[in-house]
Design a protein around this ligand. Structure first.
Ligand code: MRU
Length: 354
């Protein structure tokens, strides 16, 4: 057993980025050392690092290591390489807004500074990436504390996908209150949906909760209604990849079905959304781009042989949008937002009433 605060998907040490290859979990803990823009793109696209906040942090350090690898000699060369690397890394996955948010934040920092040397520019990128990393860790801790005020000792809690430590810098978003509660002796019983097709619940959530000593039970996605009906679930907690201004939230495929079921069984459904994942520029869930992935993930990727006839047609959207109406509350690092979300979210993010 380990301590939950030791679980992290990436490290930046000795000027190098290390990524825990999540496609190898739970069987092996292998650390990758990406150096080039292609290495970073591949790690994000193939979900070696995944989960909206962790993707943002990896992209931030990723811009640094990739630009440094190209060894630009003049400020002009630096600018050309930097712009190219930023655009390329942003294209690795479309739905989690943290990817674009983190890269744009680094780009604005560099573009708005009078850069006079390549080393100064590289320092700027690295420092901004480190700030994003530190802020994410603090945000997760704060979401844990706010989230815990919504939960009671002994509760049965259902979660979908992985919005835990592995999806963030540390602690997780929706698993953070579970870890903090454990320290207070809250004895939660967590039910983890396996989360087809990429099994983030089975491979990652059950791995990290089990490692930290949390009581976790793995179920197939289609068993959620049964455990709800049996009275085993008192609350649902999930993460988010992009929340629109009206409170519609994109998260791992299957989340919206869980929210609809929770409503049917009068179970509160809490979405944990750091403000870096709230996209006020996107009006509603209709405007969120949903990533579609290779159908082989459904019938081949985790099996020894294909589990469908050759040439079968597939449809493999990686995310769905939970309607704002089906979300009981949105937990952010700045506080808990309640409906109507078009007002409460804007107020939390900007600090302004209108
Ligand atoms: O495809 P993934 O594994 O990157 O999807 C991850 C999720 O859907 C998470 O729930 C979300 O990113 C929130 S992580 C705190």
């Amino acid at each position: 057993m380990g301590h939950y605060s030791d679980i992290t998907p990436l490290k930046f040490e000795g000027d190098r980025l290390y990524i825990l290859d999540q496609t190898r979990l739970p069987g092996a803990e292998e650390w990758l050392e990406p150096e080039t823009a292609d290495d970073i793109w591949d790690a994000i696209y193939k979900l070696k690092v995944r989960g909206a906040p962790a993707i943002g942090v990896a992209a931030g350090y990723g811009v640094y290591v990739a630009v440094k690898h190209e060894a630009p000699e003049t400020v002009e060369e630096f600018r050309a390489v930097f712009d190219k690397v930023c655009e390329y890394i942003k294209g690795a996955r479309p739905t989690a807004v943290n990817l674009m948010w983190a890269v744009n934040r680094i780009k604005n920092k560099v573009d708005n500074t009078a850069v006079t040397s390549v080393n100064q520019a590289l320092d700027l990128i690295r420092d901004e990436a480190a700030a994003i990393h530190a802020e994410d860790e603090a945000a997760c801790r704060a979401m844990g504390e706010y989230g815990l005020t919504l939960l009671k000792p002994g509760m049965g809690i259902l979660t979908h996908c992985n919005a835990g430590a592995l999806a963030t810098s540390r602690y997780g978003t929706c698993l953070s209150p579970i870890y903090l509660g454990m320290e207070k002796g809250y004895d939660f019983r967590v039910f983890a949906d396996e989360t087809r097709p990429l099994l983030q619940g089975a491979r990652l959530t059950s791995w990290e909760l089990n490692k930290a000593g949390v009581d976790v039970t793995l179920i197939c996605d289609n068993m959620a209604a049964t455990v709800m009906k049996q009275g085993k679930i008192d609350a649902v907690v999930v993460g988010c990849d992009r929340m629109a201004a009206n409170g519609d939230g994109a998260n791992k495929i299957g989340t919206s079905a869980v929210a609809i079921l929770a409503k049917r069984y009068n179970i509160p459904f809490y979405m944990f959304v750091p403000t870096s994942t709230i996209d006020l520029e996107t009006a509603t869930g209709e405007d969120i781009v949903i990533e579609e992935r290779d159908g082989k993930e459904i019938y081949e990727m985790w099996y020894e042989r294909p589990m469908a006839p050759a040439g079968i047609k597939t449809f493999n959207p990686a995310f769905d949008v939970t309607a704002a109406d089906d979300i009981t509350a949105v937990v952010t690092e700045k506080g808990i937002a309640y409906p109507p979300y078009s007002e409460s979210l804007r107020k939390l993010v900007t600090g302004e009433d209108k």
